[in-house]
Design a protein around this ligand. Structure first.
Ligand SMILES: [Ca+2]
Ligand SMILES: [Ca+2]
Ligand SMILES: [Ca+2]
Length: 137
Protein backbone atom coordinates (compact mmCIF):
# COMPACT_ATOMS: atom_id res chain seq x y z
CA UNK A 1 0.00 0.00 0.00
CA UNK A 2 1.29 3.42 -0.94
CA UNK A 3 0.81 5.75 1.99
CA UNK A 4 2.97 8.60 0.69
CA UNK A 5 -0.10 10.78 0.13
CA UNK A 6 -1.30 10.32 3.69
CA UNK A 7 -1.05 13.31 5.96
CA UNK A 8 -1.14 13.04 9.70
CA UNK A 9 -4.26 14.75 11.02
CA UNK A 10 -3.12 17.25 13.64
CA UNK A 11 -5.40 17.07 16.65
CA UNK A 12 -5.69 19.97 19.07
CA UNK A 13 -7.26 18.19 22.02
CA UNK A 14 -5.23 17.68 25.17
CA UNK A 15 -6.05 14.68 27.34
CA UNK A 16 -7.28 14.31 30.00
CA UNK A 17 -10.42 16.24 29.07
CA UNK A 18 -13.05 13.79 30.26
CA UNK A 19 -14.55 15.37 33.35
CA UNK A 20 -16.18 18.79 33.55
CA UNK A 21 -15.87 21.21 35.17
CA UNK A 22 -12.20 20.61 36.04
CA UNK A 23 -10.64 18.32 33.41
CA UNK A 24 -11.56 20.03 30.15
CA UNK A 25 -9.94 21.94 27.28
CA UNK A 26 -10.80 25.58 26.68
CA UNK A 27 -12.51 25.64 23.29
CA UNK A 28 -10.68 27.31 20.42
CA UNK A 29 -11.62 27.48 16.74
CA UNK A 30 -10.22 24.56 14.82
CA UNK A 31 -10.64 22.15 17.72
CA UNK A 32 -10.24 18.52 16.78
CA UNK A 33 -9.86 15.31 18.70
CA UNK A 34 -10.02 11.55 18.70
CA UNK A 35 -12.47 9.29 20.50
CA UNK A 36 -10.05 6.55 21.48
CA UNK A 37 -10.67 4.28 23.32
CA UNK A 38 -14.33 3.91 22.39
CA UNK A 39 -15.53 5.12 25.79
CA UNK A 40 -13.41 8.28 25.64
CA UNK A 41 -15.14 11.56 26.41
CA UNK A 42 -13.77 14.90 25.21
CA UNK A 43 -15.04 18.09 26.84
CA UNK A 44 -14.41 21.75 26.14
CA UNK A 45 -15.49 24.83 28.04
CA UNK A 46 -17.09 27.89 26.46
CA UNK A 47 -18.28 30.99 28.24
CA UNK A 48 -21.77 32.29 27.56
CA UNK A 49 -24.14 34.90 28.89
CA UNK A 50 -27.62 33.90 30.02
CA UNK A 51 -29.95 33.81 27.01
CA UNK A 52 -27.23 33.27 24.41
CA UNK A 53 -27.32 30.22 22.15
CA UNK A 54 -24.54 27.67 22.32
CA UNK A 55 -24.40 25.85 19.00
CA UNK A 56 -22.17 22.79 18.71
CA UNK A 57 -21.45 20.55 15.70
CA UNK A 58 -19.17 17.64 15.03
CA UNK A 59 -17.72 17.24 11.54
CA UNK A 60 -15.56 14.77 9.69
CA UNK A 61 -12.48 15.86 7.76
CA UNK A 62 -14.24 15.95 4.41
CA UNK A 63 -13.89 12.22 3.89
CA UNK A 64 -17.58 11.34 4.26
CA UNK A 65 -17.10 9.58 7.60
CA UNK A 66 -20.28 11.11 9.05
CA UNK A 67 -22.44 9.73 6.26
CA UNK A 68 -20.66 6.38 6.25
CA UNK A 69 -21.32 5.74 9.97
CA UNK A 70 -17.57 5.68 10.59
CA UNK A 71 -18.06 8.77 12.72
CA UNK A 72 -21.12 8.34 14.95
CA UNK A 73 -20.69 11.02 17.57
CA UNK A 74 -22.94 12.28 20.31
CA UNK A 75 -22.79 15.77 21.81
CA UNK A 76 -23.89 16.61 25.34
CA UNK A 77 -23.85 20.12 26.79
CA UNK A 78 -23.57 20.54 30.55
CA UNK A 79 -24.48 23.60 32.57
CA UNK A 80 -22.13 25.79 34.58
CA UNK A 81 -21.85 23.25 37.42
CA UNK A 82 -20.37 20.75 34.95
CA UNK A 83 -22.85 18.00 35.82
CA UNK A 84 -26.37 19.10 34.81
CA UNK A 85 -27.19 18.05 31.24
CA UNK A 86 -28.95 20.82 29.37
CA UNK A 87 -28.93 19.25 25.91
CA UNK A 88 -27.95 16.18 23.93
CA UNK A 89 -27.85 15.15 20.28
CA UNK A 90 -26.85 11.95 18.53
CA UNK A 91 -27.49 12.34 14.82
CA UNK A 92 -27.91 15.75 13.22
CA UNK A 93 -30.02 14.17 10.49
CA UNK A 94 -32.64 13.45 13.13
CA UNK A 95 -33.10 17.23 13.37
CA UNK A 96 -33.50 17.57 9.63
CA UNK A 97 -29.82 18.28 9.09
CA UNK A 98 -27.48 16.91 6.48
CA UNK A 99 -24.60 15.77 8.65
CA UNK A 100 -25.23 12.04 8.65
CA UNK A 101 -24.35 10.46 11.97
CA UNK A 102 -22.48 13.53 13.18
CA UNK A 103 -24.15 15.73 15.76
CA UNK A 104 -25.72 19.17 16.00
CA UNK A 105 -26.96 20.78 19.19
CA UNK A 106 -28.35 24.24 19.91
CA UNK A 107 -29.12 25.15 23.52
CA UNK A 108 -29.93 28.37 25.32
CA UNK A 109 -27.60 29.33 28.15
CA UNK A 110 -29.60 29.29 31.39
CA UNK A 111 -26.96 31.21 33.33
CA UNK A 112 -23.83 33.25 32.78
CA UNK A 113 -20.56 31.40 33.06
CA UNK A 114 -18.67 28.48 31.59
CA UNK A 115 -20.63 25.73 29.86
CA UNK A 116 -19.24 22.37 28.81
CA UNK A 117 -19.57 20.68 25.44
CA UNK A 118 -18.68 16.98 25.50
CA UNK A 119 -18.20 14.63 22.55
CA UNK A 120 -18.60 10.87 22.94
CA UNK A 121 -19.12 7.90 20.67
CA UNK A 122 -22.72 6.84 20.18
CA UNK A 123 -23.02 3.12 20.36
CA UNK A 124 -20.43 0.63 21.36
CA UNK A 125 -17.01 0.14 19.93
CA UNK A 126 -16.73 3.15 17.67
CA UNK A 127 -13.48 5.12 17.57
CA UNK A 128 -12.94 8.11 15.30
CA UNK A 129 -11.34 11.49 14.79
CA UNK A 130 -13.56 14.55 14.52
CA UNK A 131 -13.66 18.30 14.32
CA UNK A 132 -15.72 20.21 16.86
CA UNK A 133 -17.32 23.55 16.04
CA UNK A 134 -18.83 25.65 18.82
CA UNK A 135 -20.45 29.02 18.32
CA UNK A 136 -21.87 31.23 21.06
CA UNK A 137 -24.35 33.73 19.62
CA1 LIG B 1 -9.97 12.24 23.07
CA1 LIG C 1 -10.91 12.49 26.51
CA1 LIG D 1 -24.46 10.14 16.01
Amino acid sequence: MDTSDCTEIPLTEVEPNDTPPDEVNVFADGYSGAIDPFDDEDCVSVSATSGQHIVADTRDFGDGACDALELDSEITIFGTNGTTRIGNNDDADGDGGTLGFCSHLDVTANATGDFFVCVTSHGAGSRFVYQLLVDVQ
